[in-house]
Design a protein around this ligand. Structure first.
Ligand code: C2O
Ligand code: CU
Ligand code: CU
Length: 510
């Protein structure tokens, strides 16, 4: 398929060129549990028809300076108010010099334009969907905002259409959130084509010293065909989650950030890949964890050799770099999250980026002993149990996979769970399947209570705000969760190929 011609053809059809985007897909993955209700499927098939085996680009240029993330400018002149126009559409990028790749971009930026706001700010974003032939939405991952402003798949914005998202940033919510599309069965594809960006909420009083800096490391991945097009999902991607051939930090492969030897620095780490687990370590250095999905923790946790970020998870860390000049790699170590079918990647340690320690050595910065107050949720008023399962089968001689919660595949016309606003609930999430599934719940931050596996129960050692928690195979994770507002909320596995294949449910908060 010639992507350069595709744009022209799409235009000639008056902007309804979606069929062309999909026209050359080969056989679709058959998902027995796949719900076909909810519309939007006609002529499209589901996201991630199996790609034909094409030559891939295996090497990309390395070692450029860490790119600054593009920012979405605030056009409001009112205090405590953020207004902007956000446009999702096609943009050109050269991952390999001279070879144009059409990506999807927010306001032309890849990764998308970062939004920075403060607690209490009033947000008004006019979203323009210029993704050819596909509906889209903007989901504000991790934020406690009204359900009808949260980009649910039930509220699609048609291609060529627009809508306004309006909400207020809650108090005490400073943290590293992000935004990405959530259209029915199209979220995975739009994300891996480039639609995702950080959404930073700054606190009124940030307890971390400003001298630490504040650097966002937005980790995504990309797979490119030899002709420069973004590779469609393979069967292995559909089953196991798309890992992506090349891991990118702020859109670049193995970029370099220069820091003074001996310095202490603050980083916000994002796993914005569809389905790659990032088991992060920093060559020769410990990391201090200061924050999780929903912002800073009560106190820093020092001496970490590794941090696992499942898809969609974030971590805020502080690193005290050594006093000698040289290079330090941030690496992704092998992690076994379970694998179905062929195409299992080799277990290798990847360099994700490099810190170059050079210049005049400086002294480390001491962190405050406490960062924030987090009150533990009390007795739950209700309990729920959720169970992940996989449903393997055969169709036309090919292996098929269904991804289910409580034995059901997502149906946007069906309410799966009910809660009451303001009530604390205890959710027991059991993964009866063979792969890890990172569970995400919209519109709130929860607290992990304990984990149980192989008959052993361990209390969660740190009190922290989370919106995504990895549940390994045969593990039970118990969380306490509370939604502050009524409305329909999604909960799903954040391996987006699994989410697209049905591993999602609807919670009605009354
Ligand atoms: Cu990152 Cu349903 O979301
Ligand atoms: Cu979300
Ligand atoms: Cu999953």
């Amino acid at each position: 398929m010639n992507r350069r011609n595709w744009l022209i053809s799409a235009a000639a059809l008056g902007g309804v060129g979606g069929a062309l985007w999909w026209a050359n897909k080969s056989a679709q993955v058959t998902m027995p549990g796949m719900s076909m209700s909810g519309g939007g499927m006609s002529g499209m098939g589901m996201t991630g028809g199996v790609a034909k085996s094409t030559e891939r680009i295996r090497e990309l240029p390395l070692g450029a300076p860490l790119p600054e993330l593009a920012r979405l400018a605030n056009t409001s002149n009112q205090p405590a108010s953020f207004e902007a126009v956000l446009e999702a559409g096609v943009a050109n990028r050269e991952f390999l010099p001279g070879l144009v790749t059409q990506v999807l971009a927010y306001n032309g930026a890849f990764p998308g334009a970062m939004i920075e706001v403060a607690e209490g700010d009033r947000i008004k974003v006019t979203f323009k969907n210029r993704v050819p032939g596909q509906t889209s939405t903007v989901h504000w991952h991790g934020l406690d905002i009204p359900a009808d402003q949260d980009g649910n798949p039930m509220d699609p914005v048609s291609s060529g259409g627009e809508r306004v998202y309006e909400f207020t940033i809650p108090a005490d919510s400073a943290g590293s959130y992000w935004y990405h599309p959530h259209p029915h069965v199209l979220a995975a594809e739009q994300l891996y084509r480039g639609l995702a960006a950080p959404f930073i909420v700054h606190g009124k009083n940030d307890p971390l010293p400003a001298e630490l800096g504040d650097t966002v490391l937005f980790i995504s991945s990309i797979s490119l065909n030899a002709d420069g097009t973004i590779a469609e999902n393979t069967e292995a991607d559909m089953f196991n989650g798309r890992e992506g051939d090349h891991v990118l930090v702020n859109g670049a492969k193995q970029p370099v950030l220069v820091v003074p030897p001996g310095s202490s620095r603050r980083f916000r780490l994002y796993n914005a890949t569809n389905g790659r687990f990032l088991r992060l370590s920093l060559e020769g250095h410990d990391m201090t964890l200061v924050g999780t999905d929903g912002g800073l923790m009560a106190a820093p946790v020092k001496g970490l050799k590794e941090i696992l970020l499942a898809p969609a998870e974030r971590a805020e860390i502080v690193v005290d770099f050594r006093a000698e000049a040289g290079r330090v790699a941030l690496t992704g170590m092998p992690y076994d999250h379970g694998w179905m079918g062929g195409g299992k990647p080799a277990a290798e340690t990847l360099t994700l980026m490099t810190f170059e320690l050079s210049g005049t050595a400086v002294s480390p910065i001491t962190l405050p002993a406490t960062l924030r107050e987090i009150a533990a949720f009390g007795e739950p008023a209700a309990r729920k149990r959720l169970e992940f399962s996989e449903n393997m089968g055969m169709a036309n001689g090919a292996m098929t996979m269904g991804f289910l919660i409580d034995g059901k595949s997502f149906d946007m016309n069906r309410i799966d769970l009910r809660s009451r606003a303001g009530q604390v609930e205890l959710w027991e999430i059991y993964n009866g399947a063979d792969m890890d599934h990172p569970m995400h719940v919209h519109g709130t931050q929860f607290q992990i209570v304990e984990r149980e596996k192989d008959g052993k129960t361990s209390a969660e050692p740190i009190l922290a705000w989370k919106d995504t928690v990895n549940v390994t195979a045969k593990e039970t994770v118990r969380i306490k969760i509370r939604h502050s507002m009524a409305g329909l909320r999604m909960y799903h596995c954040h391996i987006l190929e699994h989410e697209n294949s049905g591993m999602m449910g609807l919670l009605d908060v009354a």
